[in-house]
Ligand binder design. Structure first.
Ligand code: AMP
Length: 364
């Protein structure tokens, strides 16, 4: 079996690492010669819009998937005319535009923060009167890791926030005063089999995920599964999907979903019976899905911009280090580590050590 992947970053790399034991081989399309997944398979080097390369990718792959949601619609459509593409172009189209995404979630009665479409400065002024301060202005498309976002705390922020949009269409959202952020990683196969991982509890700073943890028997599990089931069924979804949620006073409010394997599911490599990466492959190849049961208590910590010495991380008991093979750059995710422990008491001091190393090396 050969799987084609659009994008050759760390997500593609971890998908490939999970696929090798199953005898799956990979072909990656990425414009960068230094893309970190390319050492794990064949590399088609060039632009995502290059139809000659896309046709070759389709021809040489049994199925094509991707590691980022900003794949242009016409690329996804071109590929799906030539081979199986999972998740579908429809899922991509919904996920890559925050306005379409929030409308879609609301139609499924999955609650979101209040939001209003922004297409000029006047509409921003009107919207903030309805939503109130604080509010968040985001670009409708192309935003990730907090990029293209600004918080408006008072009318004096209106002009600078508007300028940050740089002429792109936007969406103004009310700020949710959440008790915590969680995400659910769910999987649906070609045959419609569905499985759900235990909830991830996530901490972001500056719009970038820093820490994800999984705890047993989260009280919000059933509600999150209900929401993500509605979403996957409505999209006739195939693959791994991550739904990011805010918990507010015992209720869940959806922020966004990613139609791909997700950073908040990296803990599943060591912390679950089957990782999100392996289950993504099983789903798109229509193989039986693996158990998502959590093993032990786990915490995953991202290394952003810089990373500690490998030895310092590996000295911490029960810690698993994942280096992405990427050059350090400000704000860039270059590695992560996951700690596993039998009890919370055992986990806490190890987590403290790991977080201290991550914070010291942080360059975001
Ligand atoms: P996003 O790019 O939408 O995933 O946002 C990145 C992070 O910014 C989220 O994980 C939250 O920590 C924060 N954030 C985004 N939107 C909101 C909101 N409406 N209310 C509160 N926090 C938000």
């Amino acid at each position: 079996m050969k799987v084609g992947i659009l994008g050759g970053g760390q997500l593609a790399r971890m998908i490939a690492l999970a696929g090798y034991p199953l005898g799956i081989r990979f072909i990656v399309l990425d414009p960068s010669v230094a893309a970190c997944a390319t050492t794990l398979g064949s590399h088609l080097h060039g632009d995502y819009n290059d139809e000659t390369l896309l046709a070759e990718l389709a021809k040489r792959s049994d199925v094509v998937t991707y590691e980022f949601e900003n794949v242009p619609a016409k690329v996804a459509d071109f590929l799906s005319a030539h081979t199986n593409v999972f998740p579908s172009p429809k899922a991509l189209a919904v996920a890559q535009d925050r306005l379409i995404e929030k409308n879609f979630l609301n139609e499924l009665e999955i609650p979101t923060a209040p939001y209003i479409e922004i297409d000029n400065f006047d509409s921003l002024q009107e919207a903030v009167l309805k939503i109130g301060y604080p509010a968040i202005l985001k670009t409708r498309t192309q935003g990730y890791d907090g990029k293209g976002q600004s918080i408006l705390k008072s009318p004096t922020d209106l002009k600078s926030s508007w300028q940050k949009l740089e002429g792109l269409a936007g969406i103004l959202e009310g700020v949710v005063k959440f008790d915590r952020e969680v995400s659910i990683i769910a999987v649906r196969s070609v045959s419609g089999e569905m499985v759900f991982y235990p909830l991830s509890e996530n901490v972001h700073r500056g719009g970038i995920l820093r820490v994800s943890e999984s705890r047993k028997n989260d009280p919000m599990q059933a509600k999150a599964e209900d929401y993500v089931t509605r979403l996957m069924k409505a999209l006739n979804y195939v693959g791994v999907l991550a739904l990011e949620l805010f918990e507010v006073k015992g209720q869940l409010i959806a922020n966004e979903f990613a139609p791909r394997v997700h950073n908040s599911g990296h803990w599943t490599i060591e912390g679950a019976e089957t990782s999100q990466f392996e289950n993504h492959l099983r789903a798109i190849l229509d193989l039986p899905l693996g158990s998502t049961a959590g093993v032990d208590y786990v915490t995953m910590v991202n290394f952003i911009g810089g990373k500690p010495e490998n030895e310092e991380v590996l000295k911490i008991p029960n810690t698993h280090l994942h280096l992405y093979g990427k050059a350090p750059r400000k704000g860039r995710k270059i590695a992560h580590a996951t700690i596993r422990a039998k009890t919370l008491e055992e986990l806490e001091p190890l987590k403290k050590r790991l977080m201290a190393l991550a914070n010291e090396a942080d360059d975001s």
